[in-house]
Design a protein. Sequence first.
Length: 260
Amino acid sequence: MDLAVTEWKHALSLRPDAEVEAALRKAQRDEQEEEQYKENESSHFTLRYSGASEPALARNILHTLERHYGAIESELSYSPPDSIGVILYTQQAFADITQVPNWVGAVNDGRIRVPVQGLTEVTPELSRVLKHELTHSFVQQKTLGHAPTWIQEGLAQWMEGKRSDLNAAALIAIYQSDPALAMKHYQGDWMKLSSEAVNAAYAWALANVEYIVQSGGMNDVDRILDRLAAGEAPEEALKAILRSDYTDLTHDTVQYLRKK
């Protein structure tokens, strides 16, 4: 973090750049917040946490992450080369540092950021959140940052154990009212969506990935991710592996949901 701040300051001294300036401000917020944080490490993770957090909780979170790491590594046939950073926050610190909409329960922006205020053990819900966010780290590194949000969120939900059973009827109703509605989540910035719209986007993303897994197995998912890593556009990667564009994927997903 110190080196990043130094490099970004030097970059700004050479030429003003809004993106670099935003990255610098974020890194400086991180530095200030984490100045007194404690640190633990495991084989694949570097974890930092507030002194107010339970040391036993930090150890248990690392143990849980290592267990999830093995499961995701097996599913995606991939091992991230870089150690993964994890930050545990109070609720207020999480809001102040991440500055994300209030519907966001955890963040992975290169490091896994999770609010754990009030927790003394790894609950089933926290375990699911950790597996969800860890999936993002795998997909981000496997695709070199080229995976679109719908693949990221669909696969993360699939890995944490969610399935489309409860949402199937609602998604079919959306499609019947306006087939174009289902496709809006394929593009754009989800952070700018309303809570209602983002709930639908998450549900569609899960249904899309679930359909892909059920029809062609995780092998198809792996092949799509590999094509994204090679620089192919998401829809082109789908066409190469599934012989489907976004319209076809929506139609095929709806047919899958009808069976659910």
